[in-house]
Design a protein. Structure first.
Lengths: 327, 327
DNA sequence: TTGTACGCGTTATCAG
DNA sequence: CTGATAACGCGTACAA
C-alpha cells in the first residue's frame, strides 16, 4: 500500500503539504500541487480510510441494515439507497440479517466498530436490542419501510395501502374476499391487513378468510392460498405482497379457476414480478426508489444536524392490470 | 464511543491487559478476565475497526463488487456471499457499480482505502482498469459468474449451458429455434449464445433469428422477443436468461400464440421468477448459492495462502416445467 | 507557503 | 501474569 509518506518523498514535499492537496484544505503553491497530484496519480495513492476515520472522527460510511438481500424488494431498496449514498460521497455498509437476531446483533456491533456516521434500517423483525445500542451510541438512524418508535421514518402508509386494496375490490362488486399474506411477523404486512379489515368493516364486511404464513417464498405462498381455497371460495383474494398474490394465482390455476373470471387477485408492492404473470397482476405500487432516496436525504440531514425535513410524501398508486375484474 | 482506555480504567487494568482478553491472546488471570469482560459488556465496548486494521494490517473485510443489486440474480448472489463471509468472521463490503465504469473505479478506490483483505467480483462489464489496480495492490481476487483473465474464477460453464438449452429443444424435435437475450455486453450471455450456436451447428442447424438487447428489464426483453416474432415464426425460443424467456412468453401471448403448443420457451438461471408464469418456465438451473459459497471458500484459501483449491464442480441442471413441448 | 510534531485507538513487544 | 510503550497512517495546530 502506498501511503502519504511515499507521495511526500516522491514529490519532494512534506506529508502536511500532501495532506493539504489531497483534502483541498489550506494554501499550496500551484507548482507543488501539480507535482503532488502527479505523484498521487502515478502511485495510485488512497488515504487509508481507517486512519482517516480515526483522525477525523467520521468514516463517511452509512450502515444499511436489511432483513435480506435475496428478497427482491430489499435488493432494489439496497440498490437505490446505495446509489443515493454514493452520489453524496458516502459509502454504504450493507448488511442483511437473514432475519436472525444474532446476525442483527453482530452487524450492529460491526457498524459501531466501523464508526458509521449513520444507519438506515428496514423492517428488521427483532428490533429493540440492536436499535437501542445504536441509539445509545448516538448514531443517527432513519427507519425505512416500517417505522420504529421514536425514530425518523420513511415508509409508505401501509394501512392506507390495505384500504386501497379492499376498496378496489369493493368497487368491483366483490363481497367475499379472502386475504393471503407473508411473512406474518412483518409489521407492514400486519398494517396492510388491518387496513383491509378496516375498509371492509366500513362496508359492513369482514374477510371470509385470512391466511398468514411465516415464509414468504413462492411455494409457501402458493400453499397458503391453496389451503384457503380449499376451505372457502371467495370471489377475490388479496395478497399482502405481490409474492402472496402470485401464489394465489397459481393456487387458483391449480384448482381450475380462471383469473379474473372466477377469482380476482390483487397484490401489493408492484415489484417487477407483478408483470410476469399472465394476465399481469393488478397491484398497489409503492415507490421503492423514492423511499430509498428520501431515507438517504433524511439521514444526511440528521447527520449534518439540519432541521428535520418534513415527512416525505410517498404516494401509493393502484395499478390496474389484468387480474381483477367485476364479480 | 467507549474505547479501550475506558474499559481499562473501569476494570482497574492496563490497556494491554484489556487488549489481551478482547483478543484472547496471552495469559490473563481468571479474576482480571472476569472484571474486564464485565466492563466490556456494561459499556458495550467495540474495538475501533479502523485502529485495529491500521495496527494489525487486516481489516477482516472483503469487497464484493457486483453490477447491480436490483437484478434478482445478483441480489441472491450478494446474499449468499455475505452470509458465507459472515459465518467465517468476515465482513462484506458490498458495492454495486450500476454497470458504470466511474462507479467501478470509485468503488475499487474505496476498497483499497478500506484495506480490504480480498475481493469477490462478478460480471462487471468494464473490467480491466479496476481489476488492474486491485492486482497491482496485491489484493487476492476471485471472479464469480464470469471468469476474468488470470484470476481464480467460480462460474458455471455457460457454454455448456447454452448447449443444454439447444439440446433440450432439439430432443423435442424443434428445428426452427430463435434466441433472445440481454444484456448483450454480458460475457455469460455471449457464451451461452455461443454454446447454443455450437450445439445447433452439430445438428446442421443455425438459429433462425438472434436478438440481443442492451437492457435486461422485463419490458425490454418482451419488446425484443416481439420484434423477433414479427420477423420469423420459430417453433421455439431460447432466452439466455429467465428474464428474456419470460419476455418471450409475454410476446407470444401478445400475438395469440399458446405456449407450449404453438411455441416452446426455455430460459436460463432458474430464478424464483421462473415459477411465476403459467405454465411455469422450463429452464437450465445454475446453483447460485453454491457459487457464492465456493467463491468465498476460494477467496479465503487465497487469502490464507493455502494451496489453490481445485475448481468447484458446479452442476447445471435442466428443470423441465411447462413451457417446452414436442413440436 | 511549507514543515514539525502530536494524538487518534489498537496491538504487539519487551520488561518486570 | 501484568503494564509501559512503540508503531500503524493520517490530519492539523503551530512554528518557521
Amino acid at each position: 500500500m502506498t501511503k502519504i509518506r511515499d507521495i511526500a518523498k516522491r514529490a519532494g514535499a512534506s506529508i502536511a503539504t500532501v495532506s493539504r492537496v489531497v483534502n483541498g484544505s489550506g494554501y499550496v503553491s500551484a507548482g507543488m500541487r501539480a507535482r503532488i497530484e502527479a505523484a498521487v496519480r502515478e502511485l495510485d495513492y488512497r488515504p487509508n480510510a481507517g486512519a482517516r476515520a480515526m483522525r477525523s472522527g467520521s468514516s463517511r460510511m452509512v450502515g444499511v441494515l436489511l432483513p435480506a438481500l435475496d428478497v427482491h424488494f430489499f435488493g432494489i431498496l439496497a440498490h437505490t439507497v446505495e446509489q443515493a449514498l454514493f452520489a453524496r460521497g458516502y459509502q454504504a455498509m450493507i448488511c442483511s440479517t437473514a432475519e436472525s437476531p444474532e446476525h442483527e446483533a453482530a452487524y450492529v456491533g460491526a457498524m459501531l466498530a466501523q464508526q458509521v456516521d449513520g444507519v438506515i434500517m428496514a423492517a428488521v423483525a427483532s428490533d429493540g436490542a440492536g436499535v437501542g445500542r445504536l441509539v445509545a451510541a448516538g448514531v443517527p438512524i432513519v427507519a425505512v419501510d416500517r417505522a420504529l418508535p421514536g425514530l425518523a421514518a420513511v415508509a409508505v402508509d401501509h394501512h392506507a395501502g390495505g384500504r386501497m386494496l379492499a376498496r378496489h375490490l369493493l368497487d368491483l362488486g366483490h363481497r367475499a374476499i379472502g386475504v393471503v399474506g407473508a411473512p406474518d411477523h412483518s409489521a407492514p404486512v400486519q398494517e396492510r391487513l388491518a387496513g383491509i379489515t378496516a375498509e371492509l368493516a366500513g362496508a359492513g364486511l369482514a374477510p371470509v378468510a385470512v391466511r398468514l404464513g411465516a415464509e414468504h417464498g413462492f411455494e409457501a405462498c402458493r400453499a397458503l392460498a391453496d389451503a384457503l381455497l380449499g376451505e372457502v371460495l371467495p370471489t377475490a383474494i388479496i395478497g399482502t405482497t405481490d409474492m402472496a398474490a402470485i401464489g394465489a394465482i397459481h393456487a387458483a390455476a391449480g384448482r381450475g379457476l380462471v383469473v379474473p373470471r372466477d377469482l380476482s387477485v390483487i397484490g401489493f408492492d408492484d415489484l417487477p414480478a407483478a408483470r410476469y404473470t399472465i394476465p399481469q397482476l393488478t397491484t398497489v405500487a409503492q415507490p421503492v426508489r423514492e423511499i430509498g432516496q428520501a431515507a438517504v436525504e433524511r439521514l444526511l440531514a440528521l447527520m449534518e444536524g439540519k432541521p428535520a425535513l418534513p415527512p416525505p410524501v410517498l404516494a401509493l398508486r393502484l395499478v390496474e392490470r389484468g387480474t381483477t375484474g367485476r364479480v
